[in-house]
Ligand binder design. Structure first.
Ligand code: GLN
Length: 240
């Protein structure tokens, strides 16, 4: 049996990485190893050369100012990222990058930050911030637990696939109970936490999609998730 290996791209760790979002990358790295797959992380910051042979793309949230900083570089990457998304590369984009995986984020100060349109969504900054613990119910992943903190209100096109429905918290816009959006193997979500340590099923799904795409097979190891389960239960019982 050949040793499987995955290359994880961390998008904009300098400018888009708040509320511990880097923990998502660390979780994928560690769980891949526990499944017997070696994995390496490649950082991509503005101006870097885009690396070849990427199997998973992960990006975090950021302040409006961080989003403004990366916007020009992100436009240059747009064709490459769209091509990878079309080619079923699994991706996870949190909050600020989730917004920019859509068509645009118009900040509350009136700045229009262009997105890359992988997700058919639009985001408008508001004067109120949506902050607190959040639970989303997803058909694919069950209950997803996290923490949200955003001023942007995101609206999905009628045909855009949701990540899930909010059972506690605000989600995409605080009105229609939707949370996150998906396209092929791309997941966008407002959930920080970090998300993946408390939702290992999503981490394993990203690894599985990457392995299926690259090797046509994935045999999961039996990982003891009792600590993650404990963290999930604690988070689910916290007040909003
Ligand atoms: N700056 C964006 C907003 O406030 C994204 C915030 C974030 O990534 N947490 O909506």
């Amino acid at each position: 049996m050949t040793q499987k290996s995955l290359r994880i791209l961390q998008l904009y760790p300098r400018d888009m990485n708040i509320y511990g979002d880097w923990g998502n990358t660390l979780t994928v790295l560690r769980r891949a190893e526990r499944h017997g797959i070696s994995a390496e992380v490649i950082d991509y910051n503005p101006g870097d050369e885009f690396p070849k042979d990427i199997d998973i793309v992960i990006g975090g949230g950021g302040q409006d100012s961080g989003q403004l900083k990366i916007q020009d570089d992100l436009q240059q990457l747009a064709p490459t990222l769209r091509e990878l998304a079309e080619d079923n590369v699994p991706m996870l984009a949190i909050c600020g990058l989730y917004q920019l995986f859509g068509h645009f984020f118009k900040t509350k100060d009136g700045d229009m930050i262009k997105g890359i349109g992988i997700l058919d969504i639009e985001t408008y900054g508001s004067n109120e911030r949506l902050i607190g613990n959040i639970i989303t119910h997803s058909e694919r992943f069950g209950d997803i637990v996290g923490y949200e903190n955003h001023s942007g209100l995101t609206y999905l096109a009628d045909t855009t696939q949701l990540l899930g429905t909010v059972t506690k918290g605000a989600g995409n816009n605080g009105k229609d109970h939707t949370e996150g959006a998906c396209f092929n193997n791309v997941i966008g979500t407002y959930l920080h936490g970090s998300l993946l340590p408390k939702n290992p099923v999503i981490a394993d799904w990203l690894i599985e999609q990457a392995c299926m795409r690259k090797y046509g097979e994935f045999t999961p190891a039996d990982i003891d998730d009792s600590l993650a389960q404990h963290a999930r239960e604690t988070a689910m019982n916290r007040p909003r």
